[in-house]
Design a protein around this ligand. Sequence first.
Ligand code: PMP
Length: 406
Amino acid sequence: MNYDGYFARALAQLQDEGNYRVFADLERHRGNFPQATSHCGQTRDVTIWCSNDYLGMGQHPDVLSAMHEALDKVGAGAGGTRNISGTTHHHVLLEAELADLHNKEAALLFTSGYVSNWAALGTLAARIPDCLVLSDALNHASMIEGIRHSKAERQIWRHNDLAHLEELLAAQPLERAKLIAFESVYSMDGDIAPIAEICDLAEKYNAMTYLDEVHAVGLYGPRGGGIAEREGLMDRVTVIEGTLGKAYGVMGGYIAASVDLCDFVRSFASGFIFTTALPPAVAAGAAASIRHLKASAAERASQKEKVAEVRARLDAIGIPHIDNPSHIIPVMVGDPVKCKYLSDILMRDYGIYIQPINYPTVPKGTERLRITPSPVHSDADIDCLVGALETLWTQCQLARLPMAAQ
Ligand code: PMP
């Protein structure tokens, strides 16, 4: 039996819709974020403007030397699942570092943020008797898949809509197990959840909270503990979930919570139990990154300045972008084919790499270029980006905000 014809037709349809994903083939430059060599078509140097290595920590000397040191000392792989010889001292130290970051009793590592959501949320929802999961409408695929997999009852509340969440909570018996799943910074719009108010509702209606801080850890709060740290709310959230692959620049995911909750997930989550542990050098690099960003606020401050600068420059020329309180600048194009075209021309003519974000990642009609300024983008990088967008916006006859006419 051969399904290649079926696969080809499905892919052709994606291409027709402008939604077929083409990967950039990049070679990042060691110690020199955000520069890379692109091997797409002609080989050339590019500046990356869409990385989730938000602070450039993936090229930071502390991280690189911790990884080298661990590699030289203990070798490449962990050698097994966490249960069968794969728990190395680097994993244990990293979990302690993460528990401390979020002021929780314990933390549990996974091989990615995706796996941490899928496995932890899925296990809690499946195994807490008669658990109802209340899931924000814009939650990440990893949470949605975890909840689905659990087969627990799920109700979806309108994005960041407290009244709707309260309506759903109020309809349930107080004694029923309820888990509110949501994010702090939403990755595609860059808006931020009202965490304090959600915690108020959780306390009023006897619910637990599961907060994905993947786009916030390392970036917000005095020690990089995320939005919950910045707002003094870490103790009120039942589970904080994060990644080591974005602001921390390495790889891996985790939850931080009570000792009993982490031990429960450790003991029952197949996505934790039956997979090889992260390489120890990865754990060592992540721990070095966390330690650095606990002590240093310089990267966070500088990133904030760069984000403000890029926003102001886009405003000055009327390029539409979502006005949000985070580090994510979604430049709105509103058409998948134009979005892809802009991305291609930025790469080809300007050496600027911004991946187009199309459906199904975002709703149809809201296609965008998602720009993430980092502390190490230079003034010249910003000049080049803004100049290129201005030229292409005119060339593609894309709408500008009224400000441009002033
Ligand atoms: N949660 C959210 C909100 C995400 O955006 C992502 C990845 N983009 C993940 C979880 C998964 O994290 P990771 O990349 O570490 O698998």
